[in-house]
Design a binder for this molecule. Sequence first.
Ligand code: HEM
Length: 435
Amino acid sequence: MTSAQLAFRRPPGPDEPVTLGIDPETLTTLQNLQREYGDMVSLQQPNGRLAYFVNDASEVRRILVRRHSRYHKGPGFERVKMLLGNGLIVSDGDVWRRSRTMIQPAFSRQNVHRLMTVMVECCDRRAVRWADLAARNEPLNITSETCDFALELILISIFGNDYERRILTQGENPFAFLSRDSKRDLGVVLKVRKLRDLLLSIIAERRAGHDEQVFDFLSMYLAATDKQGNAFSDAELLDELMTLIVAGFETSANTLNWVWYLIARHPDVEATLIEEAQRVLPNVSAVSDAALSAMTYTQQTLEEVLRLYPPVWLFTRRSHVEDELDDYDVPPGTDIYLSPFVLHRTERYWPDPERFDPQRFATDSASRKEQPYFPFSLGPRRCLGEYFSFLEMKVHLGLLLPRFRLRLLDEAEPHLELGINLRSAEDIFMQPEVR
Ligand code: HEM
């Protein structure tokens, strides 16, 4: 280490280099580091780069909110970049700012409300399948069911009628591999490249189109312009569409997978959810934004599931200018690791953290201000799909739970698959019964 490196104030941490990646070993490493060194840990990575692991709620807020402009996306995003090009999730600086400003209006509450009918339609398709399996006394794989539900929903939300007309006519849904293959390896990247031609031809058709009445994300993305009045180029649009597909289905699908698992293990929670759904959504035509915002217990349950199983379990950032955190110096080029999974289960902030208890979220969010909770991140880069995903999950539960009882076929707790997203390592199988 050089004398310049020794001069700055650096948090405690191990002397020997530590490898951090997006993998299961990393979670154990992070938990051990937190136990041994506390809220701020510094470590040297095998590539020589300095890294800080931050476990203090207010320092996390500082990085993501107040000082967000000092940080770019960090290690691990290279892998995502192979898939999503320079779309919103991976871009930084001016490119990100321009895209975010162009895309954000598409996610207004009013626009998301217009997609509620698609959410209902996707639930109906599941209900037909589940009723059939129940009649034949066959189990369902809830892990793939929630993936198919969320993937179909995001594809129809983006492409509208073109989903049936252009995408399903390709044989099996050509995007289905995204929900089956979590590795995001080169094979997936190659398959994604092949999809680009299909997307480009849909884009070209839309650009030349005459149908003014279309309402879906693609139409909104096509109409979006920057401050200079320029629209997205085809290449930019491709990256943004892939970003929306990947960001928009896997996280919700994984959350719903854990929701069904936890509900089956907590009959008291299940009973309260059913009571609320029957009261607020007595039939499909009752689905409205007002009804969905009245589903407060469902909201709390979803928030508690996201506390225990935040799909994005590890965030990374890299400082590009100097900063200071908790009286320590952050030189430019420092990798930052933040883990909602670790902080959401830290006893000091969340008493009895392993216990599943939706009541934790019964109080208003102001009284929970000190508790670190960031499944959707915080600050200007906060998830754009948060409102969409709560609506989608509430419609899903509100319509399907009162109709179907799903019984776990194996009571064992699934292992965690800690990839870019947190998933259950084994698919979860359940026996559906019509109530
Ligand atoms: C339970 C569901 C979801 C969770 C937990 C979730 C979580 C997140 C997180 C943590 C980030 C920030 C990652 C980072 O900064 O490193 C993010 C970004 C994003 N999410 Fe979500 N997400 C969910 C659903 C969705 C849905 C349904 C959509 C689209 C319909 C969506 C679209 C996006 C986009 C576009 C970004 C990039 C925002 C930006 O960088 O400006 N997400 N999400």
